[in-house]
Design a protein around this ligand. Structure first.
Ligand SMILES: NC(=O)c1ccc[n+]([C@@H]2O[C@H](COP(=O)([O-])OP(=O)(O)OC[C@H]3O[C@@H](n4cnc5c(N)ncnc54)[C@H](OP(=O)(O)O)[C@@H]3O)[C@@H](O)[C@H]2O)c1
Length: 330
């Protein structure tokens, strides 16, 4: 089969090479001897793949390897207990191996894909939306009627979080973005309000909410963190999701005492990989939000498999909006 391999750790421009490789066995390292084999139509591209081209991600397989953590396509074969049928449309999280014509996912990380979503949207469903649900509901304890501020709101996790927050009953979502184009994308995702990261966003947020938000969802980190804490109302939570801004913030914990606020860490992968039941529940909840019309992944740039380097560079250079997708079979 055709696949893209990372052959050297030299960055998005030169690390990838198109190759002809054997198709995977119906077995995944998380469910040895079992796996859902998927004929891939679209593969999602994310930050970890950018890091993998430089050997900077925590998962470091020996070279060469096929990257690609999530796909959408049709089932070629699946263990009986998944209930998935041959030919059924699915979204699947394979961790590695997604930039290929055939990929294999663990038994508990392949989910029926609604007819309301195309394959490109399906390739943006699991990493971003499962993370958003996990961060907002399980870690952030989002309750109906609360207000949510989302940093990096035009990105993959950001657009997903705006939609999931609405689906979970948030009264108001506020997006923080850096450009006009990203403001448009955040509004397309459903943000009620949009503020600019280079402006007086903290003060604007306080005014828009009459005192502060209940949850800040933060995939960006960096030097805006203290203002995130200052944006909370009493009992508010900052949910730490990632550090695209480059630096890992430090918290002076007296601020938490003074404001009666919390900082909550949220690492979806580490939490769910050993918990099949949690995955199935999150998958069912996300699919419910799809059925109710809240979840509609925003697909940004699309590239053929051969041009994956361009896809990775769009993310690396902060140009990406929504989910960047590789069309594997069109
Ligand atoms: N904790 C978890 O379980 C979990 C799960 C999935 C992903 N993540 C992490 O969440 C983060 C966001 O992922 P994503 O897929 O949403 O990424 P993305 O689509 O590239 O969006 C990231 C956003 O970060 C903002 N940003 C600020 N400074 C940046 C910089 N120097 N370079 C690039 N972007 C910058 C950008 O928004 P503005 O330009 O508007 O500021 C950008 O839209 C990543 O670090 C990822 O590893 C964590």
């Amino acid at each position: 089969m055709k696949a893209l391999q990372i052959v050297e750790l030299s960055g998005p421009d030169s690390a990838l090479k198109l190759a002809d490789v054997p198709e995977p066995e119906p077995s995944h390292m998380l469910t040895p001897g079992e796996g859902v084999v998927v004929d891939v139509h679209a593969a999602g591209v994310s930050f970890p793949e950018v890091l993998q081209t430089r050997g900077e991600y925590q998962v470091k397989p020996p070279l060469p390897f096929v990257p690609g953590s999530e796909v959408a396509g049709t089932v070629r074969s699946a263990p009986a207990e998944t209930g998935l049928q041959e030919g059924q449309r699915v979204a699947a999280f394979c961790m590695l191996g997604g930039f290929a014509e055939v990929a294999v996912a663990p038994r508990f990380l392949a989910f029926p894909l609604s007819d309301d979503l195309d394959f490109a949207q399906g390739a943006g469903l699991i990493l971003n939306y499962h993370t958003a649900y996990f961060c907002l509901k399980l870690r952030g304890r989002l309750a109906e009627g609360e207000t949510v501020l989302v940093h990096g709101a035009a990105g993959g996790v950001g657009t997903a979080s705006i939609q999931v927050a609405k689906g979970l009953g948030a009264a108001k979502t506020i997006a923080v973005v850096s450009t006009d184009d990203k403001e448009r994308v955040a509004r397309e995702a459903g943000a009620d309000e949009v503020v600019r990261s280079d402006g007086a966003w903290k003060d604007e947020v306080k005014e828009l909410t009459g005192g502060g938000v209940d949850i800040v969802l933060d995939p960006v980190g960096g030097d805006r963190f203290t203002d995130s804490l200052r944006s909370l109302r009493e009992n508010g939570r900052v949910v730490v999701v990632g550090f695209t801004g480059g630096s890992i913030p430090e918290v002076k914990v007296n601020r938490l005492l003074l404001g009666n606020t919390e900082v909550v860490g949220a690492g979806w992968g580490a939490y769910v990989m050993a918990k099949p039941e949690a995955n199935l529940e999150i998958g069912a909840e996300v699919n419910r939000l799809v059925d109710e019309g809240f979840v509609r992944p925003i697909v940004g740039e699309r590239f053929p498999l051969e041009q994956a380097a361009e896809a990775l560079k769009a993310i690396d250079e902060r140009r990406a909006t929504g989910k960047v997708v590789l069309d594997v079979v069109t």
